[in-house]
Design a protein. Structure first.
Length: 256
């Protein structure tokens, strides 16, 4: 593991994302998350998982520099599908996963958080999907999970404006469960995790399975289409301009 570590305290496993400076979601990090889930799923001492980021951010988004090394839309779609599969696994994971979000959860970082069962945030955190600023669309099922959480109108606002919302707003919108001052966030998250860990493991697993039935077939159709469009949009001139502008720290000029 190069970008993740985990420690067991009581019956709570805390996963720490350690990829400075922004904990960006590179393809290698997504694979590491999958590998850690393999370990934790079979560890009978683990009842609950707490996910947080080291440093200033939970995760400020996908690794845009990695995008510059990808040449084909097909390869880009494959990257999206891997992220979708891992985050779907998290959502259906038999042990509760709590995201403790501070600093920023943007783009892929927010999509990672939306794959968790519970999201706790610092009041001053920033949450958003800024992909359209790069001439892209979300690729890790964010376009489908966000409307399920906040409603279609709010999701459209977040997607189309690319503007983040605060942790306090995220609770008001239904994107997060609770907001705390940043210096209290991790203690409160651990407190909730410890409380949940006292529940019956079998009952928790059954409850998570029952929650999965609340999705409809159109969700999965949307997720599949998202990965296709992720690849199609990636090969456009606007996407190349958006990625270049991000790397060069300038405003993009989209031509359509």
């Amino acid at each position: 593991m190069e970008s993740l570590s985990w420690v067991l305290e009581g019956q709570v496993a805390t996963i720490l994302i350690q990829r400075p400076p922004a904990n960006a979601l590179a393809s290698g990090l997504i694979k590491e998350i999958d590998a850690v889930l393999d370990e934790l799923e079979t560890n009978s001492d683990v009842r609950v998982i707490l996910l947080k980021g080291e440093g200033r951010f939970f995760s400020a988004g996908a690794d845009i520099k990695e995008f510059t090394t990808i040449e084909s839309g097909e390869e880009f779609s494959k990257l999206a599908k891997k992220g979708q599969d891992v985050f779907e696994r998290m959502e259906n994971f038999p042990k509760p996963i709590i995201a403790a979000i501070h600093g920023a959860a943007l783009g892929g970082g927010l999509e990672l958080a939306m794959g968790c069962h519970i999201r706790l945030v610092s009041e001053n955190a920033k949450l958003g999907l800024p992909e359209l600023q790069l001439g892209l669309v979300p690729g890790f099922a964010g376009s489908q999970r966000l409307p399920k959480l906040v409603g279609r109108a709010k999701a459209a606002e977040m997607l189309l404006t690319s503007e983040p919302i605060s942790g306090t707003e995220a609770v008001q919108w239904g994107l997060a469960n609770k907001a705390y001052p940043e210096d209290e966030l991790f203690d409160k998250a651990k407190e909730m995790a410890d409380k949940i860990a006292k529940k019956s493991p079998g009952a928790m697993k059954a409850a998570i399975e029952l929650l999965s039935y609340t999705k409809d077939d159109r969700f999965y159709e949307g997720v599949m289409r998202e990965s296709d469009l992720f690849g199609e949009v990636f090969v456009s001139a606007d996407a190349k301009e958006g990625i270049s502008a991000f790397v060069e720290k300038r405003e993009p000029h989209f031509k359509g």
